[in-house]
Design a protein around this ligand. Structure first.
Ligand SMILES: C[S@@+](CC[C@H](N)C(=O)[O-])C[C@H]1O[C@@H](n2cnc3c(N)ncnc32)[C@H](O)[C@@H]1O
Length: 215
């Protein structure tokens, strides 16, 4: 199976944490407060699995999917170090092969939609939306859509373009502008209930978007 992160996957979590001075991991965990013990959670493109491990600690029944053997090797190492209340189901596969329609209380896509091109990102978001049960959540942590003008807009663009320049030249991620993630979540059938922002130096750089599928 293709491993788009074989070269840089080992450092992914550490560098993201450092680059954002801890805001990326905070963003990843932000919506877990809406989980109840026993809730079924799917983490798409789990990487090293920060939020998957935290959701499991909170008592959720977690399934995690990723295409990259390198990412999953590091995720499994982290799982081994934890004493989690129940095992996490780890699936090494393409997210499109997960076809549990309407099964999950929460589907999490953190820094996952940003690897896809303009057409594919819509297909992936819509597919994730199908996996959410009626009344369940679609959670998406991402880089914010830059403001239309002003100095903050420049900082937001710089923050994204530095990251995507590095990752589009070292991984399978595609170089592109920031996608409109709230529109993608809402467009998948999960209207937005809440957006939480994560700032550095007074500028919103990341957001955790929570959509909810109508009952
Ligand atoms: C940018 S990384 C984000 C990893 C993690 N969610 C995080 O926030 O640190 C994107 C992840 O999605 C995985 N991925 C890319 N395309 C995928 C697909 N079609 N199905 C499953 N995983 C995929 C990659 O292997 C990678 O681990």
């Amino acid at each position: 199976m293709k491993d788009g992160y074989w070269l840089v996957g080992f450092q992914y979590e550490f560098t993201g944490t450092l680059y954002s001075l801890g805001q990326i991991p905070r963003c990843k965990n932000a919506q877990l407060k809406h989980l109840k013990p026993g809730d079924k959670v799917l983490v798409a493109g789990v990487g090293h699995g920060t939020e998957a491990i935290e959701a499991s600690r909170l008592g959720a029944d977690v399934t995690a999917v990723d295409l990259s053997a390198t990412m999953l090797k590091h995720f499994r190492k982290r799982i081994e170090k934890e004493r989690l209340p129940r095992p996490i189901t780890v699936i090494h596969d393409d997210i499109f092969n997960i076809r549990d329609t309407g099964k999950y209380d929460m589907v999490i896509s953190n820094f996952f939609l940003n690897v896809f091109n303009k057409t594919r990102v819509v297909e992936v978001a819509n597919h994730l939306g199908t996996l959410v049960r009626p009344g369940g959540y679609f959670v998406c942590g991402e880089f914010v859509l830059p403001e239309p003008a002003g100095w903050r807009s420049h900082v937001q663009r710089l923050n994204w373009y530095v990251a995507i320049s590095i990752y589009s030249s070292t991984t399978e991620a595609v170089f592109h502008p920031v996608w409109n993630y709230p529109a993608l979540v809402a467009g998948s059938g999960c209207p937005i209930e809440e957006i939480e922002y994560f700032k550095l130096f007074g500028v919103n750089l990341y957001w955790s978007i929570r959509g909810r599928k109508p009952e």
